[in-house]
Design a binder for this molecule. Structure first.
Ligand code: SF4
Ligand code: MG
Length: 321
């Protein structure tokens, strides 16, 4: 498949009171046309910062984002307006991301006005079409966000993003704030829209369970680094990195309680601070397999058994060779 978004050696560091916060470090990722790339990690791992760099909201400290869509560009603050016509973001919180003083119709229409798309009559028609496309209806256009449930508001957020007719959408934890009963509906909607409109997604989540069904490939992020990347099927069947193993064992399963709890303990211990991090493997402080080399040398990403994985002891831990 062709590449749509190239994330090339991207780092994003922030100067803070205690030193330098290394939120994102030397990330290399290609997002392919038409795929869903899942990006998973605990809160604070840098996934939201990375998504803001990809959207051009934060300039990278080093590296670059190259976009190969309708227009080719290196994303920068000089072409953000043009880029926004092709790349949109759906936010985690459907409550705070919709202006409570605007009607749903004007929320959806706003982007089309900004980007000078269509005349007024056609825009109104598009608003109705979009509402129906996301499972709402035309009468909802004159109502206000507070009149809707969380799931419906997320549908409004999706319609707003689609109004610009983007090719690429970052879904930044779009279902984390919703009731579990609603989550599957929104995932299914996003999946159907992808097929219908030929969209490419970067789907961010803190829970591997959430991205399982929608992702073609999954990247696992820890403390600003991608530690493992593979196809979704492979990652669940055969996780190679100790952190991925721990994340998967923390996925709630209908196993006997004791077994599940025992496994979950693997992820206890503090997440290392991303401020002035030590050299070595980012997961060393919590990893049951850590040895001396892990605290000294950074494990370079390598291809093992079809996964990209970053761990000194990956062969031994997984009986590879
Ligand atoms: Fe664990 Fe060492 Fe592998 Fe890091 S490099 S995940 S500390 S075994
Ligand atoms: Mg976040």
């Amino acid at each position: 498949k062709e590449i749509l978004v190239e994330i090339k050696d991207v780092s994003k560091h922030f100067k803070v009171a205690g030193g330098v916060l290394k939120a994102v470090n030397n990330i290399n990722l290609n997002i392919k046309k038409g795929e869903t790339l899942g990006l998973v990690g605990e809160s604070g791992c840098g996934k939201s910062t990375l998504s803001k760099v990809i959207m051009g909201i934060y300039p990278p400290t080093s590296g670059k984002i190259i976009y190969h869509g309708k227009k080719e560009m290196v994303v920068s603050k000089n072409n953000l307006f043009e880029y926004a016509k092709m790349a949109q973001i759906i936010f985690q919180d459907p409550y705070s991301s919709l202006d409570p003083r605007m009607t749903v119709g004007s929320i959806i229409e706003e982007g089309m006005i900004i980007h000078k798309m269509y005349d007024k009559k056609k825009r109104k028609e598009r608003v109705f079409e979009l509402l129906e496309l996301v499972g709402l209806n035309a009468e909802h256009a004159n109502r206000y966000p507070h009149e809707f449930s969380g799931g419906q508001r997320q549908r409004i957020g999706i319609a707003r993003a689609l109004a610009i007719e983007p090719e690429f959408i970052i879904c930044d934890e779009p279902i984390s704030a919703l009731d579990v009963s609603i989550q599957a509906q929104i995932i299914n909607l996003l999946y159907d829209l992808q097929k219908k409109l030929n969209l490419t997604y970067l789907f961010i989540a803190h829970d591997l369970n959430i991205v399982k069904y929608i992702s073609d490939r999954i990247a696992v992020m820890y403390l600003g680094h991608i530690v493992e990347l593979s196809t979704s099927d492979e990652l669940y069947k055969n996780p190679l990195h100790p952190y991925t193993k721990a994340l998967l064992s923390a996925v709630p399963v209908p196993d006997p309680k004791r077994e599940a709890q025992k496994k979950r303990q693997m992820l206890e211990g503090d997440v290392t601070s991303p401020i002035d991090p030590k050299p070595g493997c980012p997961f060393a402080a919590r990893c049951p397999y850590a040895t001396d080399i892990c605290t000294k040398d950074f494990p370079k990403p390598e291809i093992k058994a079809g996964h990209m994985v970053s761990c000194h002891h990956v062969e031994k831990i997984n009986n590879l060779n």
